[in-house]
Design a protein around this ligand. Structure first.
Ligand code: FES
Ligand code: MG
Length: 584
């Protein structure tokens, strides 16, 4: 009998798409045709009135396999309740989740970057199949965040992203995180710590739910989501949970604010591409650079720009980034974690300081329905006193152009990415030590075969070669653990973890798998990395020698079946964000 009632005004307006699933109005020609769909939805607890509510997809990147996404179900439930109380109808679904921290150094890691596009495809599939009106996507770690942002832009949906929040610091002195555990491996192999100390780190590094804590990839991408305007302003800084194990009150509030932002977007017809404009992407790069974010941001921002149909290249990333000083003092290169930023006011404090000094476009529209400047109106221009989590632009941690840079040269004609994080390196020259896999390089480091001055080259680990462009956190951490972090350069067509530090050059393009120059390197070749010249070159090889090597080159084909084989056939170079599109 409820079917004939007129729905509350203001609610049906948001049903832009879902009438295609459930019918528009009793008596309308489409209503009878959709009877079977409504019959099935009644079996999943839809009531008469639910057929008149806006349908909201809630994409829940849940798994109990990893702390970053262990609490996602609770967040999704809070979100679903809020959607109901705002007069909407939530449709929940899950996606795969690959923990970089756990799979690192195993064959499973090859699924990490692959999972980004798979997650995006899963969300697109669910949201488009059920013709839902609004979309809330949750992300808690390195790939679930870009994977949850991409589908918002892909079909220009009305939608908002919510970050699960970072983990609290661990250990009695609250100074441990998962990177401490990675670095402890190298320290143990160099006999700098005991087995007992190693176990202590293992037991206390990760005290509960939440993403890896420093300015690693998850926190970088969560910050980028806010800077783009696709997430509510405080959501990137709020931690996931308490030491007692419940979802933090701030994160619960983020859930409510995210739903309210979505309803604002529904009411006003604000779509993701109206928010994520070219200016918004420039803001995102600026904020990521000032924070001290991960090199993976280069891949993911390029992929997001592709989804938004915004022309953005690796050179734009370099050019925009080169104007921005490094202000954050976060792990892995410095001392703080995201919870420390939250303590002084969160990402809005950093953004307001950047806005006040002319680094951001304040007029960009955001998911709150307000502009970026309006969202920050209540935040003081000056940074809070008596803190050094974020340094002022007048006294930065490092001047502009000393964080993430793009290098080119005869070893990387299409670009490579280096993360300096303020390190005073101008030039590194040394003999190439060449490995065709991460594991063989790690074995050599742990066996003490890598020496000061070497250029450790790890190849056939690119997007197609790996396949899946795995992260080289195990080798980079092992070098740091052995005290070689400042003396050995690591060059790879794979990626680095946001937790990596040292002299690291990743995303070398073209990759070895497609016959890039990195494939032709031989043990002992002299490699020169020149930061001021933005170059990475092999020196001392004649063109005849290059030709000779190219003529005798044979690709190393690492096995790949199923999803990995499919990925290898579609993936584009890292310099294009490792997007997966058919080239024809
Ligand atoms: Fe998920 Fe680090 S493993 S954020
Ligand atoms: Mg990672």
């Amino acid at each position: 009998e409820g079917l004939s009632e007129t729905p509350a005004s203001g609610v049906t307006n948001h049903r832009v798409r879902s009438a295609a699933l459930v019918g528009s109005q009793p008596g309308a020609p489409d209503w009878i045709k959709r009877t079977a769909a409504r019959a099935m939805l009644r079996a999943v607890r839809f009531k008469d009135e639910d057929f008149f509510k806006p349908l909201i997809t809630v994409s829940c990147t849940y798994t109990n396999a990893t702390p970053c996404n262990d609490h996602m179900i609770e967040l999704a439930r809070i979100i679903a309740d809020r959607i109901e109380s705002r007069g909407g109808k939530p449709l929940l679904h899950g996606t795969p989740v690959v923990s970089d921290g756990e799979t690192m150094g195993t064959p499973g890691m090859r699924y990490s970057l692959v999972s980004r596009d798979l997650i995006a495809d899963c969300i697109e599939c669910q949201h488009e199949a059920y013709m839902a009106d609004g979309l809330i996507t949750l992300g808690g770690c390195d790939k679930t965040i870009p994977g949850a942002l991409m589908p918002l832009l892909r079909n220009d949906s009305i939608g908002v992203f919510l970050y699960g929040g970072s983990i609290l610091p661990g250990g009695p002195e609250k100074n441990l995180d998962v990177i401490s555990a990675f670095e402890a491996i190298g320290a143990r192999s160099a006999n700098r710590i005991t087995d007992e100390q190693l176990l202590e780190v293992e037991k206390h590094a990760c005290p509960g739910a939440g993403a890896c804590a420093g300015a690693f990839t998850a926190n970088t991408m969560a910050t980028i989501a806010v800077a783009l305007g696709l997430a509510v302003p405080y959501s990137a800084g709020h931690v996931a949970a308490t030491y007692e194990g419940s979802v933090s009150d701030n994160k619960k509030q983020d859930c409510v604010d995210t739903v309210d932002a979505l309803f604002t977007c529904l009411e006003r017809g604000i779509t993701a591409r109206q928010i994520a404009t070219r200016q918004a992407f420039e803001n995102a790069i600026v904020v990521a650079m000032a924070l001290g974010g991960s090199t993976n941001a280069v891949l993911h921002v390029l992929a997001l720009a592709h989804e938004a149909q915004i022309p953005l290249t690796i050179d734009d990333f370099h050019e925009i980034g080169s104007r921005v000083p490094l202000l954050g003092q976060f792990r892995p290169f410095s001392k703080y974690v995201m919870a420390d930023l939250d303590r002084i006011g969160g990402v809005p404090v950093l953004m307001k300081h950047l806005l006040a000094h002319g680094y951001l476009h304040g007029e960009c529209l955001t998911c709150t329905g307000k502009t970026l400047a309006e969202n920050l109106a209540h935040v003081p221009n000056d940074l809070p006193p008596n803190q050094d989590v974020i340094l002022p632009v007048t006294r930065p941690y490092a001047p502009p152009g000393r964080h993430i840079l793009v290098l080119k040269g005869n070893l990387a004609p299409e670009g490579a990415v280096i993360k300096l994080s303020g390190k005073e390196i101008r030039r590194h020259q040394g003999p190439a030590r060449v490995f065709d896999s991460e594991s063989s390089a790690l074995d050599a480091i742990l066996a003490g075969q890598i020496r000061k001055g070497d250029v450790l080259v790890i190849r056939y680990e690119g997007p197609a070669g790996g396949p899946g462009c795995p992260e080289m956190l195990s080798p980079s951490s092992a070098l740091v653990g052995q005290g070689l972090g400042s003396d050995v350069a690591l060059v790879t067509d794979g990626r680095f973890s946001g937790g990596s530090h040292g002299i690291m050059i990743g995303h070398v393009c073209p990759e070895a798998y497609v016959g890039g120059p990195i494939a032709l390197l031989q043990e002992g070749d002299q490699v020169v990395i020149d930061i001021d010249a933005r170059s990475i070159d092999v020196v001392g090889l004649t063109s005849t020698e290059w030709d000779r090597r190219r003529a005798s080159w044979k690709r190393i084909q690492k096995p790949a079946t199923g999803l990995l084989a499919k990925y290898r056939s579609l993936v584009q170079p890292a310099s294009r964000g490792a997007i997966t599109i058919c080239q024809t």
